[in-house]
Design a protein around this ligand. Structure first.
Ligand code: ADP
Ligand code: X15
Length: 407
């Protein structure tokens, strides 16, 4: 079955429409450092408002512990949304309580509200189907219809993504439709060579994807936080760098499988090791077999790929015809550790073919490092979601909207 689109919901004038966006933006001291995901939500929200719908926006932000935490409030996002839409956006400081009910009841035709962070409620991400269904039915009470447009979260079986789509007449928004159009080009006969570059810090989430990606690609380059689990699997010491020790055997399995399939796994040859996690930290470039050979020994932290690695990755990328990149190569938010990410972003802009960047932080990184969206074939709002899509997996948030992967 194909994805249900907005049109399938008919006229939404005067109707209350709950819209699941992914407004999980990076924040520093309460200030949004990249509003890409808010901007990406605008086409659907504007289309609904123009029709005269009463729009109730729901989203998560970060990974709070299932309880309110001011650090993860969506209030700054509601303010930014109001600036971008050029109209008032009401904000409810709870998700399903009295404040939310009051704000939703007060909406007139063509008006919009944002409810507080879904993940302030433990039921949103509960492993218990019934708990999620109960939470979804409370959210469903706010709408006559549901539009799912948070592409970055479609790989999560969470109440507002999966159960809510079944509790109301539902369809995909314009962002999800646009994302799938591009990602389909990466799954259906991608032009070869096809290279995937992985990094970032959600190591345990993303390591699992590699086994399924291997048969689909020609080469896979590994940077960011996950590179240290690969180096450890090769027997290297990695100091105090990010390491998933319990995944070392799995990674050994990937290395063996890649060899069997004739897929190249491109691993770093050098890394930037720092004394501490700070912008002013002392740091040195070290070969991978001597990461602990700094004055900080086993306390040293690998925070970026080194220059030789960046050059080798860039060469692999520019000689490919199809490239997908998710996850910064290093802690790009701290200037001394941004060079690897910048080199990889630059290489993607030089690809003679289709180059796609995916992920909230990866998209934020390329913009923060001075690149513009039009320099890439596509910037996807979802990192984990795109990767699981590229695996050919059934994604709960898409399945609930009628979509199935092509065989
Ligand atoms: N070597 C590293 N050690 C610790 N964190 C890292 C390292 N390399 C990259 N990161 C961090 O990874 C984060 C982004 O990871 P992730 O959320 O997986 O990416 P995306 O949102 O693009 O999918 C960034 O905040 C960056 O600082
Ligand atoms: O930032 C996100 O994903 P991404 O880092 O894979 O791009 C999404 O908002 C999903 O967040 P989650 O990984 O906490 O479920």
């Amino acid at each position: 079955m194909a994805l249900r689109t907005l049109e399938s919901l008919g006229s939404l004038a005067g109707k209350k429409v709950v819209v699941r966006c992914d407004l999980n933006v990076p924040l520093k001291d309460g200030v949004i450092t990249d509003d890409g995901r808010v901007r990406a939500s605008l086409p659907t929200l504007s289309a609904l408002l123009e029709q005269g719908a009463r729009v109730v926006v729901i989203s998560h932000l970060g990974r709070p512990d299932g309880a309110p935490d001011p650090k993860y409030s969506l209030a700054p996002v509601a303010t930014r949304l109001s600036e971008l839409l050029g109209k008032p956006v009401a904000f409810a400081d709870d998700t399903i309580g009295d404040a939310a009910t009051k704000v939703v009841d007060a909406l007139g035709d063509g008006e919009i509200a944002v409810l507080e962070n879904l993940r302030f409620n433990a039921e949103e991400t509960s492993k218990d189907d019934l708990e999620r269904a109960r939470f979804a039915s409370k959210l469903a009470a706010f709408g006559d219809a549901f539009v799912s447009d948070g592409f970055g979260v479609v790989h999560r079986k969470q109440a507002s993504v999966f159960e809510l789509a079944q509790a109301l007449p539902s369809a995909a928004g314009l962002l999800i439709a646009a994302e799938l159009d591009v990602l389909d080009r990466l799954t259906e006969n991608p032009e070869r060579p096809y290279t995937v570059v992985l990094g970032g810090s959600k190591v345990s989430d993303k390591l699992g994807v590699i086994g399924h990606l291997l048969p689909r690609v020609d080469s896979l380059a590994i940077g960011g936080g996950m590179l240290f689990t690969f180096l450890a699997a090769q027997g290297h010491k990695v100091g105090s760098s990010l390491l998933e020790a319990d995944q070392i055997d799995t990674v050994k399995g990937y290395l063996a499988k890649a060899e069997e399939l004739g897929v190249e796994i491109v691993l770093p040859t050098d890394v930037v090791v720092a004394e501490k996690f700070a912008a002013d930290a002392a740091h040195e470039v070290r070969p991978i077999d001597d990461i602990e050979g700094t004055p900080w020994g086993e306390k040293g932290l690998g925070l970026d790929i080194g220059p030789d690695t960046a050059a080798a990755f860039a060469q692999k990328i520019t000689s490919a015809k199809t490239v997908f990149w998710n996850g910064p190569m290093g802690v790009f938010e701290l200037a001394p550790f941004a060079a690897g990410t910048k080199a990889i972003a630059q290489a993607l802009t030089e690809v003679d073919g289709l180059a796609v960047v995916g992920g909230g932080d990866s998209a934020a990184a390329v913009r923060a490092l001075g690149f513009t969206d039009d320099q890439f074939g596509h910037i996807s709002t979802g990192g984990g979601a795109s990767l699981e899509f590229l695996e050919g997996k059934k994604l709960p948030g898409l399945e609930a909207l009628g979509w199935e992967p092509s065989a």
